[in-house]
Design a protein around this ligand. Structure first.
Ligand code: CMC
Length: 429
């Protein structure tokens, strides 16, 4: 807490002083936790654009400058030099692991990749065309019925259930895909690395040998790193608030998966590729779609554009765009959606509507083109986001749980309904 105070004067003429809190990157906040007790007022901030819900030491974003750092490390450096498991360790434990610590973390995760055999029967109950995010959330919450030890306790997030989630989410996700195409489930092969094992479970079959392309493994690992955390976004705030009721980690993470699914959040990556395909099939006239995005009555938004926090190029989108160009070239893949995406971006960045509102490509704009190149089905793109975001959710659940000042999350409201009125019996209405 800094020495500074903010003074608020109310319409009644009285004033109060509120403490000012300052973060390690000098961003300032007015601490309003005693505002109502001191004044009778609450604050109103629909969409929480100006509301800090916690202190957090995990991820720093400067949206004006386009900066993203996990535990102080630049996202660009992590994407170039780290692995997804190393980054996960960093997020969850607060420091880069030694070689031995990373090996132990990796070994533990490999030990837990199998799903309980009874979980397999749940897949029988889903329709073939179930959205994989529905399967992911349902199976994750069902794990709480298999692993009831330490539910809701600090130990749960520090150790076993976190490891179980990291280990099992790729298996759950790959099996959702296998279910959708009617293929037998491929069991994990623990000799393989995290990302390789996921691709093996997605595309491996019992009838033939499956070799995973190392380039694809590397790209997947990078994409997972780029998605691994993003401070208090919708799904992470959901994980924290659900956890705040005292519920177990599986239920908290399943809630985060549900929050991620929507088109304003992780679901945008599926929508982007559907939009790019649609524009291509419609003749590739990007100007028409830019005009539609500007017309509020059209109901159309440019998917993969805009961000609540970034008012500059999303640094994750820069890395993904570069990767996209390199990888498609290496794979000799002339995906025409990349050309449409480039044109759309150029047109938007030169258009006053987008310039005035600081709307830039976000993480979802180019990621789908890479997922497509990996043969990931379009409706599973958001599942890929969830796989990446998992260590961030775990890190936030852990930080929340270990905070001695933590309380249940419970916002207030300004009531705008009817004032007290008489109950009218049904025959008199
Ligand atoms: N296309 C056209 N106009 C847009 C877009 C867009 N993609 N995004 C924002 N705007 C306009 C919006 O109409 C509003 O205009 P005005 O001031 O004239 O009313 C202004 O820009 C501010 O938008 P907002 O909806 O108030 O901003 P927000 O911070 O509440 O929403 C957003 C952020 C990401 C939901 C929004 O930009 C959007 O809908 N983008 C498209 C969906 C998308 O790409 N989502 C992925 C987000 S990044 C990954 C993640 O978080 O999971």
């Amino acid at each position: 807490m800094s020495e500074q105070k903010a003074t608020i004067t109310f319409p009644e003429g009285n004033s109060i002083e509120l403490p000012v809190s300052e973060g390690s990157e000098k961003e300032k906040a007015i601490d309003i936790s005693n505002l109502r007790a001191q004044s009778g007022y609450i604050t109103l901030d629909p969409g929480y654009g100006n509301t800090g819900s916690c202190d957090s030491a995990i991820t720093f974003i400067d949206g004006e400058q386009g900066i993203l750092r996990y535990r102080g490390y630049k996202i660009e450096d992590l994407a170039e030099h780290s692995s997804f498991l190393e980054t996960s360790y960093l997020l969850i434990n607060g420091k880069l692991p030694t070689a031995k610590e990373l090996q132990t973390f990796d070994d533990k995760i490999r030990m837990h990749t199998l799903l309980h055999e009874d979980v397999k029967s749940f897949y029988d109950g889903f329709p073939r065309d179930a959205h994989p995010m529905a399967i992911l959330a349902s199976v994750v919450v069902s794990l709480s019925s298999f692993y009831q030890d330490e539910a809701g306790s600090p130990e749960e997030v520090s150790y076993l259930n976190s490891i179980r989630l990291m280990a099992k989410l790729p298996t759950i996700a790959a099996w959702a895909y296998k279910k959708s195409i009617g293929h037998p489930f491929t069991y994990p092969d623990n000799k393989r690395s995290y990302s390789e094992n996921f691709l093996y479970m997605m595309f491996g079959l019992p009838v033939e040998k499956y070799e995973v392309d190392p380039l694809i493994v590397e790209v997947l690992d990078t994409l997972l790193i780029l998605h691994a955390d993003h401070e208090q976004n919708c799904s992470t705030s959901t994980v924290r608030i659900v956890r705040s009721s005292g519920v177990n980690l599986f239920a908290s993470i399943a809630a985060g998966i549900c929050a991620l699914w929507g088109w304003r959040h992780g679901g945008a990556n599926q929508q982007v590729i559907e939009m790019l395909n649609h524009i291509r099939e419609d003749g590739g006239d990007v100007k028409k779609y830019i005009a539609m995005a500007k017309d509020k009555d059209s109901g159309f938004r440019l998917m993969g554009f805009g961000h609540r926090v970034y008012k500059n190029y999303d640094p994750r989108a820069s890395v993904i765009r570069k990767k996209c160009e390199q990888v498609l070239q290496k794979l000799n893949n002339n995906d025409p959606t990349l050309e449409i995406a480039r044109k759309l971006e150029e047109a938007a960045l030169n258009d006053d509507y987008f310039k005035e509102r600081n709307l830039y490509p976000n993480v979802d704009f180019y990621s789908g083109i890479l997922y497509k190149a990996m043969r990931i089905p379009v409706n599973a793109f958001t599942v890929m986001f969830a796989l990446g975001r998992l260590p961030g959710w775990i890190a936030h659940a852990k930080e929340y749980t270990e905070d001695p000042k933590n309380r249940i999350g419970r916002p207030r409201q300004v009531y705008t309904g009817e004032t007290e009125r008489e109950y009218v019996p049904i025959d008199k209405r």
